[in-house]
Design a protein around this ligand. Structure first.
Ligand code: NAD
Length: 329
């Protein structure tokens, strides 16, 4: 039997915990390392996802996990130093402030660790910061896959494939529907979504207390409707040569009180074929698939792809629109 690839998850909230569940039945990868804001856990033999999730939810941190947990206020650098067997991490961290993820990437560069990192960043300005780190990442021997969640991620990649039918791309329109039972399960996601609402920005949303978020959601009946968002699908498709960023639009509806999607998530790619016909390809996600399934699945598919590149000594920054994800068995 081949040895399973050791992977880690940084951030153990909504997405981090879902990532642990997604990995549980996999033969090719095993979750051995995880961190939250108060601690971390490492076990080269594998972390038990049920115990890790229960400990994190009941005691507030993975640091309390027996026997492999450690409490720490600098859990990320501590874990990187300790978890020497980990080949890749999924960064399921809040990007609050908007420079947070870039600073985590710098922490990895500084540590001398070599391997694969995958994020599910959303904002164009956040992916732009990663782009600036491209040569430092390459020099450090890190293969960094950015924008590898659902949108950006799965839908951006689908747009890059759909674009191939056309000689010219007129528009890429991403519309997402997210349904979650309660906002507390995905605090960072919801705060970052609020940051796109009129009158809000990242700093304002970051500074809101949980009670203030609840008040706001009470006023909107739990619904967040977003249009013309600053979403990195635009930059990623431009970098992949598909179209200029001004042709890409992203919007959607998040229902924070109902796990059913308020609308079907889809991407529409309109263009002109070489024969002069104008047409639209539409790729629609199944309504039964959750945000967690559509983020964590691609994140590990891109992690697997990143590991195959890393093993061939290909380092630096790549986006979900540049590389095909593989599938983790
Ligand atoms: P969450 O709030 O549920 O959890 C965040 C976790 O990060 C917590 O465990 C917290 O303890 C940990 N954390 C915070 N600061 C830390 C630190 N300094 N060191 C270590 N751990 C720390 O977050 P979530 O709702 O799961 O969202 C995670 C990210 O995923 C967000 O940035 C969100 O925007 C992104 N996201 C992307 C997509 C996509 O399609 N691209 C979709 C959904 C969410």
């Amino acid at each position: 039997m081949t040895t399973r690839i050791q992977v880690g998850v940084l951030g153990f909230g909504g997405l981090g915990q879902a990532a642990a569940r997604v990995l549980a039945p996999k033969q090719e990868m095993v979750l051995t390392a995880a961190a939250d804001a108060q601690g971390y856990a490492y076990n080269p033999g594998g972390l038990d996802p049920d115990r890790a999730i229960a400990t994190s939810n009941q005691q507030g941190s993975l640091g309390y996990l027996e026997p492999e947990g450690t409490l720490s206020h600098q859990s990320i650098p501590d874990l990187i130093g300790k978890a020497t067997g980990v080949e890749g991490y999924f960064l399921a961290l809040p990007n609050l402030p908007n420079t947070f993820m870039a600073n985590v990437a710098k922490e990895f560069i500084k540590s001398g660790w070599r391997g694969v990192l995958v994020d599910a960043l959303k904002r164009t300005s956040a992916v732009e910061q990663m782009r600036q780190l491209s040569s430092s990442l390459a020099k450090a021997g890190i293969t960094y896959m950015t924008g590898c969640g659902a949108t950006p991620g799965l839908l951006t990649a689908a747009a890059a494939i759909a674009a191939q039918s056309y000689a010219e791309i007129h528009s890429v329109k991403i519309t997402f529907g997210v349904g979650i039972a309660n906002w507390e399960a995905y605090r960072a996601t919801i705060r970052e979504d609020i940051a796109h609402m009129p009158g809000y920005d990242v700093e304002k949303a970051r500074g809101m207390s949980d009670a203030e978020v609840e008040d706001l959601l009470d006023k909107t009946n739990g619904i967040i409707s977003l249009e013309n968002m600053e979403h990195a699908d635009d930059l990623m498709l431009e970098m992949a040569g598909v179209c200029s960023r001004d042709r890409v639009t992203v919007g959607g509806v998040v229902d924070t009180r109902n796990p059913q999607k308020p609308l079907s998530t889809n991407v529409k790619v309109t263009g002109r074929t070489f024969e002069g016909k104008i047409s639209t390809h539409t790729f629609t996600l199944g309504d039964e698939t959750s945000m967690a399934a559509n983020v964590c699945g691609p994140a590990f598919g891109y992690l697997k792809a990143g590991i195959s590149w890393h093993r061939r000594r290909i380092y630096g920054l790549f986006t979900a629109a540049e590389i095909m994800p593989m599938f983790v068995k």
